[in-house]
Design a protein around this ligand. Structure first.
Ligand code: PHE
Length: 354
C-alpha cells in the first residue's frame, strides 16, 4: 500500500507540473479525487488488507488525499492569477500616439440658462434652492390659496400618483411654503430677508405641440421682508433680464390673475429684435410676455408662517415664475419646444458652453 501511494504521489506531481489551464486541472482532480478516482480506489483496497495494517494505511491514504487537494487548490489559484493577468495585459495594450477623444459632450440648453440665472441671482444675494418633483396637493395648491374645486386648478391639470394625495408639481410655486418655513425664523429673529430662487422641472397634462410640453422647466423666485413693494419687484426683474440679454431692457407690467399673488401681473419685455416698433417675433405688438409675477397674497404669507392673523401685513414680498424653457427658446431661437425633451444629440449638442 505504501509503495502504491508513493507511486501515485509521483504520478500526481508529474502530471500536475504539466497543467496550465483550468480544464486539464479539473480532469486531473477527477482522476484522483472523484468517486471513481485513485483515492477512492485506495479506500476500497483498504478493506482487503489485514486488520493490523489498516490503521497505518488509512492514515497514509488520508494524508495523500489532503496533499492532493491542497496542491490542487494551489494550482487553481495560480492558474486563475495567470489568466487574469493575461486579460489585463490584453486590454491594457493601447497606442499612446493616437489622438485624444475630445468629444466631451455639452450641457443641455436649459441647464445653461438655469446656471446663468442662478449666478445672476446669487450675485444679488439670493439662495438657490432645490425642491422635489413629487409634491402633495397642499403644497402645490392649498398653501398657494387655491382651494379644492377652485377653477384656477383647471389650468394646472397634472399627473397624479396612485399614492393618495401625491402629484407631479405643476409649477415651482409649490416650493414657496417650504421655503418660507425654512427661512422664516432667520427673517423674524435676525432680520435676514428671504431671498430665494428655486428652479425645477414641472409637469402638466397638456396636448403637446410646438409651444406646449407636458414637461418643462421654471425658475421661481421670492423675496420677503418688511416694506417690500412692487418697485422692488420691478427693479430685480429689470436687473436680472438686462444681465440675461446683455443689454438694458424695458419692462412693463400688465394685470394677471394668479390666486397666490395680489396684485398679480404679467411682466413683458420690449421686443429686443424691433426695439418696440413691432415685428413678426413679437406679433407686431412690440412686447414679449415673459414672466408672471406679483405681490405674495396675505393668505400665502400666513400659511407659510410669516405673518400672524393679528398683523397680516407685517411682512410683504414678491414672487415671480420665470419660464426657463421659454427663456431658453428665446435665447437660442429654438422654434419647437419638443426639441428640449427629444434627446436628439445632433440638435442639443449645438449648445456647447463651459
Ligand atoms: N406659478 C405660476 C404658473 O406657473 C406662475 C407665477 C409664479 C405667477 C409666481 C405669479 C407668481 O403659472
Amino acid at each position: 500500500m505504501k509503495d502504491r501511494i508513493e507511486e501515485l504521489k509521483k504520478r500526481f506531481a508529474n502530471e500536475l507540473s504539466g497543467v496550465s489551464d483550468q480544464k486539464t486541472l479539473e480532469d486531473l482532480r477527477l482522476a484522483f479525487l472523484s468517486k471513481k478516482g485513485q483515492v477512492s480506489q485506495l479506500m476500497q483496497e483498504l478493506a482487503k488488507i489485514p486488520n493490523e495494517q489498516k490503521k497505518e494505511a488509512g492514515a497514509l491514504i488520508n494524508s495523500f488525499k489532503q496533499e492532493v487537494s491542497q496542491k490542487f487548490d494551489e494550482k487553481l489559484s495560480e492558474i486563475r492569477k495567470m489568466e487574469e493577468q493575461c486579460l489585463i495585459d490584453s486590454t491594457e495594450s493601447y497606442d499612446e500616439s493616437l489622438p485624444e477623444n475630445i468629444r466631451r459632450g455639452s450641457y443641455h440648453p436649459i441647464s445653461l440658462v438655469q446656471r446663468e440665472l442662478e449666478g445672476i441671482f446669487e450675485s444679488m444675494g439670493f439662495d438657490v434652492e432645490d425642491y422635489s418633483e413629487i409634491v402633495d396637493d397642499y403644497h402645490c395648491f392649498e398653501a398657494l390659496n387655491i382651494p379644492k374645486f377652485h377653477p384656477a386648478r383647471d389650468m394646472q391639470d397634472t399627473y397624479y400618483l396612485t399614492t393618495p394625495n401625491q402629484l407631479l408639481k405643476s409649477h415651482t410655486s409649490a416650493a414657496q411654503n417650504a421655503i418660507m418655513y425654512k427661512y422664516g425664523k432667520l427673517l423674524k429673529e435676525n432680520g435676514r430677508p428671504i431671498r430665494a430662487v428655486f428652479p425645477g422641472r414641472c409637469f402638466r397634462n397638456e396636448a403637446i405641440d410646438a409651444c406646449h410640453e407636458n414637461t418643462f422647466f421654471q425658475m421661481e423666485g421670492i423675496m420677503i421682508d418688511k416694506n417690500i413693494s412692487i418697485s422692488n419687484l420691478i427693479y430685480f426683474m429689470k436687473t436680472m433680464l438686462s444681465e440675461v440679454f446683455k443689454r438694458d431692457v424695458t419692462v412693463r407690467l400688465r394685470p394677471g390673475f394668479f390666486p397666490f399673488v395680489e396684485p398679480g401681473f404679467e411682466l413683458d419685455i420690449q421686443c429686443l429684435i424691433c426695439g418696440g416698433k413691432g415685428c413678426s417675433s413679437c406679433k407686431n405688438s412690440g412686447w414679449l410676455e415673459l414672466c408672471p409675477c406679483g405681490m405674495i397674497h396675505p393668505n400665502v404669507l400666513k400659511y407659510g408662517g410669516i405673518n400672524s392673523e393679528e398683523d397680516p401685513y407685517e411682512y410683504t414680498g414678491f414672487a415671480f415664475g420665470l419660464g426657463l424653457t421659454r427663456l431658453a427658446m428665446m435665447k437660442y431661437q429654438v422654434k419647437d419646444i419638443r426639441t428640449f425633451n427629444e434627446g436628439d444629440l445632433s440638435a442639443l449638442s449645438q449648445f456647447i458652453s463651459c
